[in-house]
Write a protein that binds this ligand. Structure first.
Ligand SMILES: [Mg+2]
Length: 205
């Protein structure tokens, strides 16, 4: 089962020493940012279906505000296998998304596109990350170049979706001392940032 929802309808720097900054000055400012939701924009709670449990991560509002000031298009790209598993409904996920957008407080039209990928990991993936399809479709629809686009998330599937689409990727690693996917991240050469704002500060100058 695949559901696509597009368009409008649908303690910073604590560990800087342990982060390997891979950003170089030659990268142009982003035209598009694809954002993972859980563990990137809001606190990661497994199979989150309750809007009341939405907790924004530090730096998210400021980073998004900066992106909007620069005219960067924002896309939300979230794997929600809990829908495919029957633990929560698509309406639950949408309610959480709405609450998150409300908490960010920068308007209801924050995202130019939203993809909720409901497939279970054992199902064939069409939109489920690391599949690059949503990114590719949005780049085409919005006439964006791969060099202008970033996928940002806290999981290997986020970075791999970005790599598979041929765009830049960056990792949010809140606690470098307890980084779960460090080996994989280093293998893929993905730079890590403790907050979305730390990343934004390197690309929006
Ligand atoms: Mg995540």
């Amino acid at each position: 089962m695949i559901v696509m929802i597009e368009g409008r309808a649908c303690n910073r720097n604590s560990y800087v020493g342990e982060y390997d900054r891979g950003m170089q000055g030659s990268v142009p400012p982003p035209g598009a940012i694809f954002l993972d939701r859980d563990g990137t924009l809001i606190e990661n709670r497994h199979y989150l279906g309750s809007p009341a449990e939405v907790a924004l991560l530090p730096g998210v509002r400021e980073a998004i505000s900066r992106a909007r000031t620069n005219g960067t298009k924002l896309f939300l790209f979230t794997n929600q296998s809990g829908v495919g598993r029957g633990y929560l409904t698509l309406a639950d996920v949408e309610a959480v998304n709405r609450r998150m957008i409300e908490v960010i407080g920068l308007g209801a039209d924050l995202f130019a596109g939203i993809c909720i990928a409901p497939e279970r990991p054992d199902e064939p993936a069409i939109y489920r990350k690391p599949a690059p399809r949503f990114i590719q479709e949005m780049l085409e629809q919005h006439a964006l170049e791969t060099e202008q686009a970033w996928m940002i998330g806290d999981s290997p599937s986020d970075w791999e979706a970005g790599i598979n689409a041929g765009i830049h990727a960056a990792a949010i690693v809140i606690d470098a001392a307890q980084e779960t996917f460090r080996e994989r991240r280093l293998q893929l050469g993905i730079p890590a940032y403790p907050t979305l704002l730390d990343w934004a500060e390197t690309v929006f100058r």
